[in-house]
Design a protein around this ligand. Structure first.
Ligand SMILES: O=C(O)CCC(=O)C(=O)O
Length: 404
Protein backbone atom coordinates (compact mmCIF):
# COMPACT_ATOMS: atom_id res chain seq x y z
CA UNK A 1 0.00 0.00 0.00
CA UNK A 2 2.77 2.45 0.92
CA UNK A 3 4.60 1.96 -2.38
CA UNK A 4 2.93 3.55 -5.34
CA UNK A 5 2.43 1.58 -8.53
CA UNK A 6 3.46 3.14 -11.86
CA UNK A 7 -0.26 3.69 -12.59
CA UNK A 8 -0.72 5.57 -9.30
CA UNK A 9 2.39 7.66 -9.93
CA UNK A 10 1.13 8.55 -13.38
CA UNK A 11 -2.30 9.48 -12.00
CA UNK A 12 -0.69 11.73 -9.38
CA UNK A 13 1.44 13.39 -12.06
CA UNK A 14 -1.61 13.96 -14.26
CA UNK A 15 -4.13 15.10 -11.63
CA UNK A 16 -1.93 16.68 -8.95
CA UNK A 17 -3.61 14.61 -6.25
CA UNK A 18 -4.02 10.95 -5.42
CA UNK A 19 -6.23 9.05 -2.98
CA UNK A 20 -4.80 6.05 -1.14
CA UNK A 21 -7.72 4.43 0.68
CA UNK A 22 -6.92 2.41 3.81
CA UNK A 23 -3.48 3.94 4.34
CA UNK A 24 -3.98 4.02 8.12
CA UNK A 25 -5.88 1.51 10.22
CA UNK A 26 -8.93 2.53 12.26
CA UNK A 27 -6.78 2.04 15.40
CA UNK A 28 -4.15 4.48 14.16
CA UNK A 29 -6.86 7.05 13.45
CA UNK A 30 -8.40 6.56 16.88
CA UNK A 31 -4.99 6.93 18.54
CA UNK A 32 -4.56 10.36 16.91
CA UNK A 33 -8.10 11.42 17.81
CA UNK A 34 -7.63 10.38 21.43
CA UNK A 35 -4.33 12.19 21.62
CA UNK A 36 -5.84 15.38 20.17
CA UNK A 37 -8.71 15.10 22.67
CA UNK A 38 -6.13 15.21 25.46
CA UNK A 39 -4.27 18.15 23.91
CA UNK A 40 -7.54 20.09 23.57
CA UNK A 41 -8.59 19.26 27.12
CA UNK A 42 -5.31 20.73 28.37
CA UNK A 43 -5.15 23.71 26.01
CA UNK A 44 -4.55 27.13 27.40
CA UNK A 45 -5.08 30.02 25.02
CA UNK A 46 -4.62 33.50 26.48
CA UNK A 47 -7.59 35.73 25.53
CA UNK A 48 -5.43 38.03 23.39
CA UNK A 49 -4.37 35.02 21.31
CA UNK A 50 -7.88 33.80 20.56
CA UNK A 51 -7.47 34.00 16.83
CA UNK A 52 -10.29 32.94 14.57
CA UNK A 53 -9.15 31.08 11.50
CA UNK A 54 -10.27 32.23 8.10
CA UNK A 55 -9.23 31.60 4.54
CA UNK A 56 -10.78 34.78 3.17
CA UNK A 57 -7.95 37.00 2.05
CA UNK A 58 -8.87 40.16 3.93
CA UNK A 59 -9.83 38.33 7.05
CA UNK A 60 -6.66 36.28 6.84
CA UNK A 61 -4.58 39.39 6.82
CA UNK A 62 -6.46 40.96 9.70
CA UNK A 63 -7.07 37.92 11.88
CA UNK A 64 -3.87 35.98 11.32
CA UNK A 65 -1.25 38.06 9.63
CA UNK A 66 -1.61 40.81 12.16
CA UNK A 67 -1.08 38.56 15.12
CA UNK A 68 2.17 37.20 16.35
CA UNK A 69 0.24 34.19 17.55
CA UNK A 70 -0.14 32.94 14.00
CA UNK A 71 3.19 34.13 12.65
CA UNK A 72 5.16 32.47 15.41
CA UNK A 73 3.20 29.21 15.37
CA UNK A 74 5.49 27.39 12.93
CA UNK A 75 7.42 25.63 15.66
CA UNK A 76 4.65 25.33 18.24
CA UNK A 77 1.35 23.64 18.98
CA UNK A 78 -1.22 26.42 18.74
CA UNK A 79 -4.99 26.66 18.47
CA UNK A 80 -7.06 28.47 15.84
CA UNK A 81 -10.81 28.85 16.15
CA UNK A 82 -13.95 29.02 14.04
CA UNK A 83 -15.63 32.37 13.47
CA UNK A 84 -18.20 33.56 15.96
CA UNK A 85 -17.09 31.38 18.87
CA UNK A 86 -15.87 34.25 21.12
CA UNK A 87 -17.68 37.16 22.64
CA UNK A 88 -16.09 40.61 22.43
CA UNK A 89 -13.97 39.88 25.51
CA UNK A 90 -12.59 36.64 24.07
CA UNK A 91 -14.75 34.33 26.20
CA UNK A 92 -15.92 31.11 24.57
CA UNK A 93 -19.52 31.17 23.37
CA UNK A 94 -19.24 27.55 22.23
CA UNK A 95 -17.58 24.77 24.28
CA UNK A 96 -13.82 25.06 23.52
CA UNK A 97 -13.57 21.55 22.07
CA UNK A 98 -16.38 22.38 19.61
CA UNK A 99 -14.92 25.71 18.62
CA UNK A 100 -11.49 24.78 17.27
CA UNK A 101 -10.89 25.04 13.55
CA UNK A 102 -7.36 23.65 13.58
CA UNK A 103 -4.22 23.05 15.60
CA UNK A 104 -0.90 23.97 14.00
CA UNK A 105 1.85 23.92 13.02
CA UNK A 106 4.32 21.59 14.73
CA UNK A 107 2.44 18.61 16.13
CA UNK A 108 4.82 16.47 14.10
CA UNK A 109 7.76 17.85 16.08
CA UNK A 110 6.42 18.05 19.62
CA UNK A 111 3.85 15.31 20.06
CA UNK A 112 4.99 11.66 20.15
CA UNK A 113 1.82 10.24 18.57
CA UNK A 114 1.86 12.66 15.63
CA UNK A 115 5.62 12.41 15.29
CA UNK A 116 5.45 8.65 15.02
CA UNK A 117 2.70 8.73 12.36
CA UNK A 118 4.46 11.46 10.38
CA UNK A 119 7.74 9.53 10.38
CA UNK A 120 6.18 6.07 10.21
CA UNK A 121 7.77 3.46 7.94
CA UNK A 122 4.62 3.62 5.78
CA UNK A 123 4.97 7.35 5.21
CA UNK A 124 8.70 7.01 4.56
CA UNK A 125 8.11 4.23 2.03
CA UNK A 126 5.49 6.40 0.32
CA UNK A 127 7.87 9.37 0.09
CA UNK A 128 10.58 7.12 -1.32
CA UNK A 129 8.27 5.70 -3.92
CA UNK A 130 7.48 9.26 -5.00
CA UNK A 131 11.20 9.71 -5.58
CA UNK A 132 11.76 12.16 -2.71
CA UNK A 133 15.39 11.87 -1.71
CA UNK A 134 15.65 14.08 1.34
CA UNK A 135 12.19 15.37 2.26
CA UNK A 136 11.74 17.57 5.32
CA UNK A 137 8.52 18.13 7.26
CA UNK A 138 7.58 21.77 6.90
CA UNK A 139 4.42 21.96 9.01
CA UNK A 140 1.53 19.90 10.32
CA UNK A 141 -2.11 20.64 11.16
CA UNK A 142 -5.00 18.87 12.79
CA UNK A 143 -8.19 20.05 11.09
CA UNK A 144 -11.49 19.57 12.94
CA UNK A 145 -14.17 20.67 10.45
CA UNK A 146 -16.64 20.90 13.31
CA UNK A 147 -20.28 19.85 12.87
CA UNK A 148 -22.54 22.72 11.72
CA UNK A 149 -19.85 25.42 11.99
CA UNK A 150 -16.77 23.90 10.27
CA UNK A 151 -15.73 26.72 7.93
CA UNK A 152 -15.26 26.65 4.20
CA UNK A 153 -11.68 26.44 2.89
CA UNK A 154 -11.59 28.65 -0.17
CA UNK A 155 -9.91 27.51 -3.40
CA UNK A 156 -6.16 27.77 -3.03
CA UNK A 157 -2.81 26.26 -3.90
CA UNK A 158 -0.63 25.25 -0.98
CA UNK A 159 2.33 26.95 -2.68
CA UNK A 160 0.56 30.26 -2.00
CA UNK A 161 1.54 29.77 1.63
CA UNK A 162 4.47 27.36 1.25
CA UNK A 163 6.37 28.81 -1.68
CA UNK A 164 9.61 27.34 -3.00
CA UNK A 165 11.92 28.01 -5.87
CA UNK A 166 11.77 26.00 -7.95
CA UNK A 167 8.09 25.19 -7.56
CA UNK A 168 7.01 21.58 -7.39
CA UNK A 169 8.95 20.77 -4.21
CA UNK A 170 6.05 20.83 -1.72
CA UNK A 171 3.74 17.90 -1.15
CA UNK A 172 0.69 17.86 1.12
CA UNK A 173 -0.16 14.62 2.94
CA UNK A 174 -3.77 14.73 4.14
CA UNK A 175 -5.13 11.86 6.22
CA UNK A 176 -8.85 11.45 6.94
CA UNK A 177 -9.39 10.51 10.57
CA UNK A 178 -13.13 10.29 9.96
CA UNK A 179 -15.08 9.61 6.78
CA UNK A 180 -14.99 12.75 4.61
CA UNK A 181 -18.23 13.04 2.68
CA UNK A 182 -20.08 15.52 0.49
CA UNK A 183 -22.10 16.48 3.55
CA UNK A 184 -19.34 17.09 6.08
CA UNK A 185 -16.91 18.92 3.80
CA UNK A 186 -14.68 16.55 1.82
CA UNK A 187 -11.84 17.94 -0.33
CA UNK A 188 -12.51 19.12 -3.89
CA UNK A 189 -9.80 19.41 -6.57
CA UNK A 190 -9.35 20.82 -10.05
CA UNK A 191 -7.53 17.89 -11.65
CA UNK A 192 -4.44 18.93 -13.60
CA UNK A 193 -4.40 22.47 -12.16
CA UNK A 194 -0.90 21.98 -10.73
CA UNK A 195 0.96 22.66 -13.95
CA UNK A 196 0.57 26.41 -14.45
CA UNK A 197 2.54 27.89 -11.58
CA UNK A 198 1.17 29.72 -8.58
CA UNK A 199 -1.25 32.66 -8.84
CA UNK A 200 -0.92 34.18 -5.38
CA UNK A 201 1.69 34.30 -2.64
CA UNK A 202 1.39 35.17 1.01
CA UNK A 203 4.59 36.95 2.03
CA UNK A 204 5.86 38.22 5.35
CA UNK A 205 5.93 41.97 5.72
CA UNK A 206 9.13 43.62 6.99
CA UNK A 207 9.54 43.07 10.72
CA UNK A 208 7.49 45.42 12.84
CA UNK A 209 5.04 46.49 10.14
CA UNK A 210 1.33 45.73 10.24
CA UNK A 211 -0.32 43.67 8.98
CA UNK A 212 2.36 41.03 9.32
CA UNK A 213 1.73 39.52 5.89
CA UNK A 214 0.42 40.53 2.51
CA UNK A 215 -0.55 38.82 -0.71
CA UNK A 216 1.22 39.13 -4.04
CA UNK A 217 -1.06 38.40 -6.97
CA UNK A 218 -4.64 37.26 -6.62
CA UNK A 219 -6.60 34.05 -6.70
CA UNK A 220 -8.39 33.67 -10.04
CA UNK A 221 -12.16 33.16 -9.95
CA UNK A 222 -11.99 29.41 -10.43
CA UNK A 223 -14.86 27.88 -12.37
CA UNK A 224 -16.80 25.84 -9.82
CA UNK A 225 -17.71 23.25 -12.41
CA UNK A 226 -14.02 22.26 -12.71
CA UNK A 227 -13.83 20.98 -9.13
CA UNK A 228 -14.34 17.29 -8.50
CA UNK A 229 -15.36 16.09 -5.02
CA UNK A 230 -13.07 13.60 -3.31
CA UNK A 231 -15.02 11.78 -0.60
CA UNK A 232 -12.81 9.29 1.25
CA UNK A 233 -13.10 6.86 4.13
CA UNK A 234 -11.43 7.12 7.54
CA UNK A 235 -7.75 6.16 7.18
CA UNK A 236 -7.46 7.32 3.56
CA UNK A 237 -4.41 9.38 2.64
CA UNK A 238 -4.67 12.06 -0.02
CA UNK A 239 -1.46 13.25 -1.68
CA UNK A 240 -1.74 16.92 -2.65
CA UNK A 241 0.70 18.51 -5.10
CA UNK A 242 1.80 21.94 -3.84
CA UNK A 243 0.29 23.71 -6.83
CA UNK A 244 -2.98 21.84 -7.33
CA UNK A 245 -6.07 24.00 -6.74
CA UNK A 246 -8.32 22.58 -4.01
CA UNK A 247 -10.96 23.61 -1.50
CA UNK A 248 -13.46 22.19 0.97
CA UNK A 249 -16.99 23.39 1.60
CA UNK A 250 -18.54 24.37 4.89
CA UNK A 251 -19.61 21.48 7.10
CA UNK A 252 -23.35 21.91 7.48
CA UNK A 253 -23.86 18.35 8.69
CA UNK A 254 -24.08 17.09 12.24
CA UNK A 255 -20.83 15.07 11.94
CA UNK A 256 -17.28 16.34 12.20
CA UNK A 257 -14.68 15.60 9.53
CA UNK A 258 -11.33 15.47 11.29
CA UNK A 259 -8.07 15.20 9.38
CA UNK A 260 -4.34 15.27 10.09
CA UNK A 261 -2.25 16.90 7.42
CA UNK A 262 1.43 17.71 7.00
CA UNK A 263 3.59 19.09 4.23
CA UNK A 264 6.85 17.71 2.96
CA UNK A 265 9.42 19.63 1.01
CA UNK A 266 12.20 18.04 -0.99
CA UNK A 267 15.12 19.88 0.54
CA UNK A 268 18.46 18.22 0.29
CA UNK A 269 20.63 21.21 -0.21
CA UNK A 270 18.76 24.06 -1.79
CA UNK A 271 21.47 25.21 -4.12
CA UNK A 272 22.61 21.89 -5.42
CA UNK A 273 20.76 20.34 -8.30
CA UNK A 274 21.06 16.60 -8.04
CA UNK A 275 18.61 16.02 -5.23
CA UNK A 276 20.86 13.82 -3.16
CA UNK A 277 22.71 14.49 0.04
CA UNK A 278 25.61 16.85 0.25
CA UNK A 279 28.80 14.86 0.51
CA UNK A 280 31.06 15.75 3.36
CA UNK A 281 34.08 16.07 1.06
CA UNK A 282 36.83 18.15 2.57
CA UNK A 283 38.67 20.99 0.97
CA UNK A 284 41.57 18.77 0.14
CA UNK A 285 39.46 16.58 -2.06
CA UNK A 286 38.83 19.65 -4.21
CA UNK A 287 42.49 20.42 -4.28
CA UNK A 288 43.57 16.94 -5.32
CA UNK A 289 40.88 16.87 -8.00
CA UNK A 290 41.88 20.20 -9.36
CA UNK A 291 45.48 19.21 -9.50
CA UNK A 292 44.58 15.97 -11.16
CA UNK A 293 42.34 17.67 -13.64
CA UNK A 294 45.03 19.95 -14.99
CA UNK A 295 47.63 19.17 -17.63
CA UNK A 296 48.89 16.28 -15.49
CA UNK A 297 47.01 13.06 -14.89
CA UNK A 298 45.38 12.64 -11.48
CA UNK A 299 47.97 11.53 -8.91
CA UNK A 300 47.64 9.90 -5.55
CA UNK A 301 48.43 11.68 -2.33
CA UNK A 302 51.53 9.48 -1.93
CA UNK A 303 52.86 10.52 -5.36
CA UNK A 304 52.22 14.15 -4.55
CA UNK A 305 54.07 13.77 -1.29
CA UNK A 306 57.09 12.09 -2.90
CA UNK A 307 57.41 14.29 -5.97
CA UNK A 308 55.18 17.34 -5.69
CA UNK A 309 54.17 18.77 -9.01
CA UNK A 310 53.59 22.14 -7.45
CA UNK A 311 54.99 23.38 -4.19
CA UNK A 312 52.38 23.70 -1.48
CA UNK A 313 52.26 26.51 1.00
CA UNK A 314 53.74 25.78 4.45
CA UNK A 315 51.38 23.74 6.60
CA UNK A 316 49.69 22.00 3.69
CA UNK A 317 50.51 18.44 2.79
CA UNK A 318 48.86 15.57 1.02
CA UNK A 319 48.13 12.54 3.15
CA UNK A 320 50.04 9.54 1.87
CA UNK A 321 46.86 7.51 1.37
CA UNK A 322 45.52 10.07 -1.06
CA UNK A 323 42.49 10.73 1.11
CA UNK A 324 41.11 14.05 2.18
CA UNK A 325 43.54 16.52 3.70
CA UNK A 326 42.15 18.53 6.53
CA UNK A 327 42.71 22.26 6.57
CA UNK A 328 40.95 23.14 9.76
CA UNK A 329 42.76 26.42 10.12
CA UNK A 330 41.40 27.66 6.84
CA UNK A 331 37.79 27.49 7.92
CA UNK A 332 34.77 27.45 5.68
CA UNK A 333 35.11 30.28 3.24
CA UNK A 334 34.65 30.87 -0.40
CA UNK A 335 37.63 29.58 -2.34
CA UNK A 336 38.81 31.32 -5.44
CA UNK A 337 40.86 29.31 -7.92
CA UNK A 338 43.09 31.45 -10.03
CA UNK A 339 44.66 29.72 -13.00
CA UNK A 340 46.98 31.64 -15.33
CA UNK A 341 46.67 30.20 -18.81
CA UNK A 342 49.48 28.55 -20.69
CA UNK A 343 50.64 31.80 -22.31
CA UNK A 344 51.41 33.49 -19.01
CA UNK A 345 54.82 33.38 -17.37
CA UNK A 346 53.89 30.58 -14.96
CA UNK A 347 51.49 28.69 -17.14
CA UNK A 348 49.25 26.30 -15.32
CA UNK A 349 49.87 27.60 -11.80
CA UNK A 350 46.88 27.49 -9.55
CA UNK A 351 46.38 29.88 -6.65
CA UNK A 352 43.91 28.99 -3.90
CA UNK A 353 42.31 32.10 -2.44
CA UNK A 354 40.47 31.95 0.85
CA UNK A 355 37.16 33.85 0.65
CA UNK A 356 38.24 36.32 3.28
CA UNK A 357 41.88 36.92 2.34
CA UNK A 358 42.52 40.50 1.17
CA UNK A 359 44.08 40.57 -2.28
CA UNK A 360 44.55 42.82 -5.32
CA UNK A 361 46.39 43.03 -8.63
CA UNK A 362 48.19 46.00 -10.11
CA UNK A 363 47.73 47.57 -13.53
CA UNK A 364 49.47 45.73 -16.38
CA UNK A 365 52.08 48.20 -17.67
CA UNK A 366 53.99 45.50 -19.56
CA UNK A 367 53.69 44.50 -23.18
CA UNK A 368 52.27 41.06 -22.36
CA UNK A 369 48.79 40.09 -21.34
CA UNK A 370 48.20 38.07 -18.21
CA UNK A 371 45.15 35.95 -18.84
CA UNK A 372 43.62 33.82 -16.11
CA UNK A 373 40.62 31.63 -15.56
CA UNK A 374 39.08 31.82 -12.11
CA UNK A 375 36.09 30.20 -10.45
CA UNK A 376 34.72 30.00 -6.94
CA UNK A 377 33.77 26.94 -4.96
CA UNK A 378 31.60 26.86 -1.88
CA UNK A 379 31.45 23.97 0.58
CA UNK A 380 27.68 23.51 0.44
CA UNK A 381 27.28 21.07 3.27
CA UNK A 382 25.83 22.99 6.20
CA UNK A 383 26.32 26.34 4.48
CA UNK A 384 23.69 28.99 3.79
CA UNK A 385 24.20 31.05 0.66
CA UNK A 386 23.17 34.62 1.44
CA UNK A 387 19.96 35.59 -0.33
CA UNK A 388 21.34 39.11 -0.38
CA UNK A 389 24.23 38.17 -2.65
CA UNK A 390 23.90 39.66 -6.13
CA UNK A 391 24.57 36.23 -7.54
CA UNK A 392 21.78 33.74 -7.00
CA UNK A 393 21.35 30.21 -8.30
CA UNK A 394 18.39 29.88 -10.61
CA UNK A 395 16.03 27.11 -11.63
CA UNK A 396 17.88 26.98 -14.96
CA UNK A 397 21.31 26.94 -13.34
CA UNK A 398 21.49 25.75 -9.76
CA UNK A 399 25.09 25.65 -8.50
CA UNK A 400 26.50 22.45 -10.00
CA UNK A 401 28.39 20.04 -7.76
CA UNK A 402 32.13 19.92 -8.44
CA UNK A 403 32.17 16.16 -8.09
CA UNK A 404 30.55 14.58 -11.12
O1 LIG B 1 -9.05 19.95 5.33
C1 LIG B 1 -9.52 20.82 4.61
O2 LIG B 1 -10.71 21.05 4.58
C2 LIG B 1 -8.65 21.64 3.71
C3 LIG B 1 -7.21 21.32 3.85
C4 LIG B 1 -6.37 22.08 2.89
O3 LIG B 1 -6.82 22.67 1.96
C5 LIG B 1 -4.94 22.11 3.06
O4 LIG B 1 -4.42 21.55 4.03
O5 LIG B 1 -4.27 22.69 2.19
Amino acid sequence: MACLSPTQLQKFQEDGFLVLEGFLSAEECVAMQQRIGKIVAEMDVPPHCRTEFSTHEEEQLRAQGSTDYFLTSGDKIRFFFEKGVFDEKGNFLVPPEKSINKIGHALHAHDPVFRSITHSPKVQALARSLGLQMPVVVQSMYIFKQPHIGGEVFPHQDATFLYTEPLGRVLGVWIALEDATLENGCLWFIPGSHTSGVSRRMVRAPAGSAPGTSFLGSEPAWDNSLFVPTPVRRGALVLIHGEVVHKSKQNLSGRSRQAYTFHLMEAPCPFLPWGGGCGAGGFLTCLVSARGAGPHPRRSGAQEQAEPLWPLAPGLHFPPDGGAMSLPALGRGMWGWWLPDLLASLPGALVLIHGEVVHKSKQNLSGRSRQAYTFHLMEASGTTWSLENWLQPTAELPFPPLYT
